[in-house]
Design a protein around this ligand. Sequence first.
Ligand code: IPM
Ligand code: MG
Length: 359
Amino acid sequence: MTRRIAVLAGDGIGPEVTAEAVKVLEATGKQFHFQSALVGGAAYDAVGQPLPPETLELCRNSDAVLLGAVGGPKYDKIQPPSMRPEVGALLPLRRELNLYANVRPAKAMKALLNASPLKSNRGLIDLVVIRELTGGIYFAEPRERRNEGNTAVDTCMYHRHEIERITHRAFAIARQRRNEIVHVDKANVLETSRLWREIVDEIAKANTDVKVTHMLVDNCAMQLIREPSQFDVILTENMFGDIISDEASMITGSLGLLPSASLSDPKDGHVFGLYEPVHGSAPDIAGQGRANPIAAILSGALMLRYSFEDDETATRIETAVEHALEAGLRTADVFEHGCRLVSTSEFGDAVVFKLQAAA
Ligand code: IPM
Ligand code: MG
């Protein structure tokens, strides 16, 4: 069966890293049909809007979406702000495609232990952040400037059903791992957090096979540095998940390493998803072949695992990435003495080589 993949490369390093992910997917020997579309600043430059209707339509007609990154300083001043790449493309994509479950695994790779700022003595990080992606302060109204622009309002709102569905997803994922969930919130201050706690506790009571604890987000930020190995599944709301997942990624060695999956409800046995690196468009290094393609390549692996039920090929890609690292190849962000500095595409080539060597 040929799978249709919409490729939205976007801005900055997006096109460079996405090209490597496509190259690696093609090298798996599976049947894919890739179709590209404009998104983000690139779309704004070409057609005057960050998410052209044709792009959204292509995504709807595809089996999965592979996204690079959007945004950059060039687009920061666009008016109205709703036309900026992040707010005008990424958020509506997530919302329109109902991608409410954001899965962000953070796992240390043996070859990169020295790249972690924590070094190895604090226990290895191997966790997954389950971030609610279509609610909370990113989306709720009102969101506006008032008093001649001197006052600004963002609203954080959650409905019971939004919390329930992501919590059930987290339980399902916890059951494939250590049966433990740490729910992260700010219940000592926020009403939305207290609603989350109530609902998470209700679901925990009915599902006692998974152990659930609650942790305040500031404490979680600290505990991640102190002892990352204590976490397995972190369940949290949209904005806390954004912040905690960047922190978790750096503990693995580089922001350039972490893939993510944004999933919708299963339909006809198929889970539609959008797959993208956790990192952004990194305009400072764009176009120089310096970007680390690992997050994008691993996002392709997650696509196989979650949308195409092909765990075997996903694991083959992940192993090929580890083998390329073990062979001493490094992009600049994770470079260390004694390794060979390679470009974005050289690293992609090495992954393809390892993939084929293992076949
Ligand atoms: C992410 C990014 C986005 C987010 C930005 C670019 C809107 O940081 O996917 O983590 O905050 O969700
Ligand atoms: Mg982020």
